[in-house]
Design a protein around this ligand. Structure first.
Ligand SMILES: Cc1ncc(COP(=O)(O)O)c(C=O)c1O
Length: 374
């Protein structure tokens, strides 16, 4: 291929551009504009939660979601070891006792049996993150959390439109979070959302997003908050994109299915299938793992080789227990996270843009099959 195929490219329609142009001309550019509330309502309605709070990123959504639970220093929280660092940072800042869970090899999500085993009397919350492809079994976790009075935070940043037994991801959590970064199902450039059915969480989340301004005296603040507001320009783009969510999901599935067709016969690779018994895979990104260790290839080497064919790719997340910045913390000491270690070393994801053509996908797959042949 003559032209470089990037790992991701946002799909912005003319209608998105027109609606943003119109709102900029109207002067309503900050978070005070009317589209923020409209976006929150439409989005929470789509998820099936009563309330939505639009924020500046998925990371901001997680900061706030954990803050509103009012956990105390030393309370236990269970988090996946194989995820983005945004999940763990608020727990570190609040001085919570973190228990990490290893992932599964087949879907890369947190292992549910291990999660349940880690629950103790001190466990106050679980953050369940949906990773790359299939959703994590929040339907199972929800029942356990309810019984044991543990809060379930559902990080659905990568899973907009994904379902479990036809119920939307993001609708299971006591509080759920989303990201609208440029590579997500819908984008607002940067941005995020919190959704919940809990009115108290909703009210608190709105305050934390907006510096906890005082009620009587605006500049005598109620609490320690952030400026995590979403602008009216971003919300306008979000509304416009959300209108197309069904066709976006269909396209994602098409891209994933097409890759699966070309890559699944390669015995040296693993690519998750398009369906399982509880979910249709909408392939937020096209993740693959090198299975044959005898090839002498890991994710990094394959990425370098793909680059030579003009194909962009990305490594998998770097697991929490291997982060240099956590080396003085004790939460992962003397524990083994073999599966996260394995997939972070041998995993990578391929170009995953919504507008990839069949010809491009075939070309990328052929190159990858060639690179990983023995
Ligand atoms: C699972 C998950 N959670 C949270 C985030 C953070 O979102 P943002 O980049 O909008 O801060 C991401 C970002 O990609 C993510 O993949």
């Amino acid at each position: 291929m003559k032209n470089f195929i990037p790992v991701n490219k946002p799909l912005i329609h003319k209608s998105d551009v027109n609606s943003v142009k119109k709102i900029i001309s109207s002067g309503w550019i900050s978070s005070e504009g009317p589209n923020v509330k409209i976006f929150e309502n439409k989005f929470s309605n789509y998820i099936g939660h009563k309330y939505g709070v639009a924020v500046s990123s998925g990371t901001a959504a997680l900061d706030i979601a954990i803050e509103v639970l009012k956990l105390k220093k030393g309370d236990e929280i269970i988090i996946s070891n194989f995820t983005i660092i945004s999940t763990i940072l608020p727990a570190i800042r609040l001085g919570l006792k973190i228990k990490l869970v290893d992932c599964n090899l087949e879907d890369w999500n947190m292992n549910i049996n291990q999660t349940v085993k880690l629950i103790s009397k001190k466990t106050k919350a679980i953050i369940a993150t949906h990773i790359y492809n299939y959703p994590t079994r929040v339907d199972i976790l929800k029942k356990i959390c309810k019984k044991k009075k543990i809060f379930l935070i559902e990080d659905s940043s990568e899973a907009l439109g994904q379902t479990i037994f036809k119920k939307k991801c993001g609708s299971f959590g006591d509080i759920s979070t989303f990201s609208f970064y440029a590579n997500k199902q819908i984008t607002t450039g940067e941005g995020g959302m919190i959704t919940t059915n809990n009115k108290l969480f909703y009210e608190k989340a709105k305050e934390y997003r907006n510096l906890c301004f005082g009620k009587k005296n605006r500049f005598n603040h109620n609490d320690i908050g952030w400026n995590y507001r979403m602008t009216n320009i971003q919300a306008t783009l979000g509304i416009s994109q959300l209108k197309r969510i069904n066709s976006i999901i269909k396209k994602r599935h098409f891209v994933g299915q097409t890759y699966y067709k070309y890559l699944s016969k390669n015995k040296n690779l693993f690519i998750p299938p398009p369906m399982n018994k509880y979910s249709k895979n909408i392939y937020w990104v096209i993740g693959v793992v090198i299975k044959n260790r005898k090839l002498g290839l890991d994710g990094k080497k394959v990425m370098e080789k793909l680059q030579k064919f003009n194909i962009g790719s990305r490594p998998f997340f770097w697991p929490m227990h291997k982060q240099d910045i956590f080396k003085n913390y004790t939460f992962f000491k003397s524990k083994k996270f073999k599966k996260s270690e394995l997939i972070s070393k041998y995993g990578l994801y391929l170009p995953s843009s919504l507008d990839l053509t069949k010809t491009q996908i075939k070309y990328i797959s052929n190159c990858l099959n060639k690179i990983t042949s023995n």
